[in-house]
Ligand binder design. Structure first.
Ligand code: ACM
Length: 265
C-alpha cells in the first residue's frame, strides 16, 4: 500500500491556514494512509492554557476533522492526525484515525513534554490498536518516543504500523525510530513538523522505517513535503529474525514481566 507523511509547519491560531497547507500537500495524490504531525489543527507553543483552549475543538464538533473526513471520503483513504482536543473543560494532546466514516480511532498522548504539563491532561485511553482494512494501526505522539514500553506494547498488541505524529524539538528521536521498528519488527512513521514558534524550533526529518530498521523515507529539516512510499504491512506479521529466533516468543517475560497482549485490551 502507499503511505504518505505530510510534513509541514502548522501555524498557531490559524486553522484555515493549516487546512490550506494540508490540502495543498495532499493535492490529487492517492495514498491509502496520510499521517500528519502533532497538533496539526492548532500549532504547538501556546501562551497558556486559555490560548490552547481557544485553539482546541471537540471531536464531534470540529471544523478541522470535518475537513479531514471529507478528504478521506473523497479519496477513500485513511488519515492519522495530531489534534488539539477539547473534552468538556479538559484538553488532550490527541491523535485521531479517520476514514470515510469519520473518526474511527483516538489516542491521547501519555507522556507530556515540558509546558504541555501545564495545559493538557495526561492521556487516559491507554495504547489502543485499531484493526482497519489497510492493517493494524497504533499511534504514539512525539515525546512518547522516549518510552520503549509504549512501542513494545503496541507491537505486542498486533500493531503492524505505529503512526507517530510529532512536533520534535530534541534531535534524538529520528535516529531512534528505526531501532524501535527493528526490535519490534513493525513499521514506524514519524510525521514531524518544521518551523519555529517563539523559542522552539522543530526538527523536521520525518522518518518511515521498515521492520528491518531500514529508513524508507527521510524528510528535510526545514521544508514542507509530502513524503510517500509503497510498503507491505503484512511483513510485520513475522517476528522471526533468524531460523531459531523470534523476537516475541524468545522474550523472557518470566524474568522481566509481561505486557498486556491482544487488540484494544
Ligand atoms: C513533544 O513531545 N512535542 C516534543
Amino acid at each position: 500500500m502507499r503511505i504518505s507523511i505530510v510534513q509541514f509547519s502548522p501555524q498557531l491560531n490559524k486553522l484555515q491556514t493549516n487546512l490550506d497547507a494540508i490540502n495543498h500537500l495532499i493535492g490529487d495524490t492517492d495514498s491509502a494512509l496520510y499521517i500528519l504531525p502533532e497538533l496539526a489543527n492548532s500549532g504547538y507553543n501556546f501562551k497558556d492554557k486559555q490560548d490552547a483552549f481557544d485553539n482546541s475543538e471537540a471531536i464531534d464538533k470540529s471544523i478541522f476533522l470535518e475537513h479531514l473526513i471529507a478528504i478521506a471520503k473523497n479519496k477513500k483513504t485513511h488519515i492519522v492526525s495530531g489534534f488539539c482536543e477539547r473534552d468538556g473543560d479538559k484538553l488532550y494532546n490527541s491523535s485521531v484515525l479517520i476514514n470515510s466514516e469519520g473518526v474511527i480511532g483516538l489516542y491521547r498522548k501519555l507522556h507530556l513534554f515540558l509546558n504541555e504539563k501545564n495545559i493538557f491532561e495526561p492521556g487516559n485511553k491507554g495504547l489502543p490498536v485499531f484493526d482497519t482494512p489497510i492493517g493494524k494501526i497504533g499511534m504514539l505522539i512525539c515525546f512518547d518516543w522516549m518510552f520503549p514500553e509504549a512501542w513494545r506494547q503496541l507491537a505486542l498488541k498486533g500493531a503492524q504500523l505505529i503512526a507517530h505524529p510529532s512536533n520534535l524539538v530534541l534531535p534524538y528521536c529520528q535516529s531512534v525510530t528505526p531501532s524501535y521498528a527493528l526490535v519490534n519488527r513493525c513499521f514506524i512513521a514519524t510525521s514531524n513538523r518544521i518551523g519555529t514558534e517563539g523559542n522552539l524550533t522543530f526538527t523536521g526529518q520525518s522518518v518511515l522505517a521498515d521492520i528491518n530498521g531500514d529508513i524508507i523515507i527521510r524528510g528535510s529539516n526545514d521544508e514542507s513535503q509530502l513524503l510517500s512510499a509503497e510498503i507491505d504491512l503484512s511483513l510485520a506479521n513475522s517476528k522471526s529474525i533468524t531460523a531459531r529466533n523470534n523476537v516475541f516468543s524468545d522474550r523472557r517475560s518470566d524474568v522481566y514481566g509481561d505486557l498486556k497482549t491482544g487488540i484494544n485490551d
